[in-house]
Ligand binder design. Structure first.
Ligand code: PLP
Length: 392
């Protein structure tokens, strides 16, 4: 137990956000979408209770025959596969480009004939190569998973405006509860998505209040000293006892009023936070530049929101050693998606044809880079990584 442990993620839902959310449950004022509209250059936004529900709605609205194959990067959270299955389709796994952590267009090209649609993920906020992917997909729908990529840009255009449809997770970078936001660039998919959402239930006032309390408690647990004192030890204990990745169902509902009000409030200042997080990330890149580590440089022609800061190690042992070392030094890290390939084999029909993903899942570590770190904490992250790298 380490009260000074720097948490691996930033869940920035503070007491003010909590109070605003509770107040908005009882407010009768409408929703002002003007800022979102000008930000994305789009007129219509749809919302559900989560990113995964939003993907489910979009996939249903594609209206593909039951059992159609949908291409998706294996390097992902398994809830994405759950959404594909829940919509009545079959996930078909595509490998990733290890320089960018996103869908490998060459592997997609080899598998495209069998597919009816493609879900592209802008993993860690890094835009996928949309021009190549859209060209390969041709007339098949391309859905952008922007769960990580709010405000990232590809060739001057925001992610979420590039494919036929896209969705965002409001639970992540912007920390506005748990909702999901959908953008549609195709009128037919939009009409059918609206019908899907019309069928969904609203939350009761009691459920809204419970929800706000839960989100606040969760974000509280991601703060010092509670993260090191309770959240991490309790979380690790539960993870060892229960196979949480085997929990596959989820409820599809409308967005909660409190979440929608909060995203519309938080979006105004979000760009500044992304700029700060980019600054932190470039600082880490500068500090770690002379080491043997593979760093997440920004690709040409993109604006990366640096939602997460992944580092690739030469092998699993070095990655795990670094993670243990940093935790002892008071810095928590995440081995993101490290269990996905084995879970995908066990539960989702993955047959072992994504070698880059399997390697990456064993060698990636994401380290704290978020906007709410103090300068002292950021320097500590950089210095500790430099120290451990010398021991590898
Ligand atoms: C890449 C990716 N897509 C989609 C989701 C689902 O988002 P949500 O948690 O809002 O359902 C997640 C996270 O769980 C994710 O990591």
């Amino acid at each position: 137990m380490k009260p000074s442990l720097i948490p691996r993620f930033n869940l920035d839902y503070n007491f003010k956000d909590f109070c605003y959310s509770i107040k908005s449950i009882f407010s009768n004022s409408g929703y002002d979408l003007d800022f979102l509209k000008s930000m994305f250059g789009k007129e219509t936004f749809l919302f559900t209770n989560s990113g995964r529900s939003s993907l489910f709605v979009i996939l249903r609205a594609l209206n593909l025959p039951k059992g159609s194959k949908v291409g998706v990067p294996l390097y992902s959270c398994t809830v994405v596969f759950d959404a594909i299955i829940k919509a009545g389709y079959v996930p078909c796994f595509i490998d990733i480009d290890t320089d960018n952590y996103t869908m490998d267009p060459e592997d997609l090209e080899e598998k495209i004939e069998d597919l009816s649609a493609v879900v592209v993920i802008h993993t860690f906020g890094r835009p996928a190569d949309m021009d190549k992917i859209k060209k390969i997909a041709d007339d098949k729908a391309v859905v952008e998973d922007c769960a990580h990529s709010l405000l990232s840009e590809y060739k001057g255009r925001k992610t979420g405006t590039l494919g036929n449809a896209s969705f965002f997770s409001l639970a992540k970078y912007i920390s506005a509860g748990t909702g999901g936001m959908i953008i549609l660039n195709d009128d037919e998919i939009m009409e059918r998505s609206e019908k899907e959402i019309d069928r969904l239930n609203n939350s009761s006032i009691l459920n809204e209040i419970k929800h706000c309390l839960k989100v606040y408690a969760r974000s509280f647990s991601y703060r010092k000293p509670w993260f090191g004192l309770f959240a991490l030890p309790v979380g690790s204990f539960i993870e060892n006892k229960l196979d949480l990745m085997n929990k596959r169902g989820f409820n599809v509902e409308r967005i909660k009023k409190s979440d929608l009000k909060l995203i519309l409030k938080k979006i105004y200042s979000f760009k500044n936070k992304v700029e700060k997080q980019r600054k932190n990330s470039f600082f880490l890149i500068d500090e770690l530049g002379g080491t043997s580590l593979k760093l997440p440089y920004e690709s040409k022609n993109v604006y990366c929101n640096y939602y997460l800061f992944p580092i690739i190690f030469r092998n699993k042992e070095e990655r795990n050693f670094t993670s243990d070392f940093l935790r002892n030094e008071g810095i928590d890290t995440a081995k993101l998606y490290s269990r996905t390939p084995s879970k995908a084999k066990q539960y989702y029909g993955y047959t072992g044809d994504c070698p880059n993903t399997e390697k990456l899942a064993d060698t990636v570590l994401t380290v704290p880079n978020y906007y709410s770190l103090s300068d002292k904490e950021l320097l500590k992250v950089a210095n500790c990584i430099k120290r451990v790298e010398k021991l590898l």
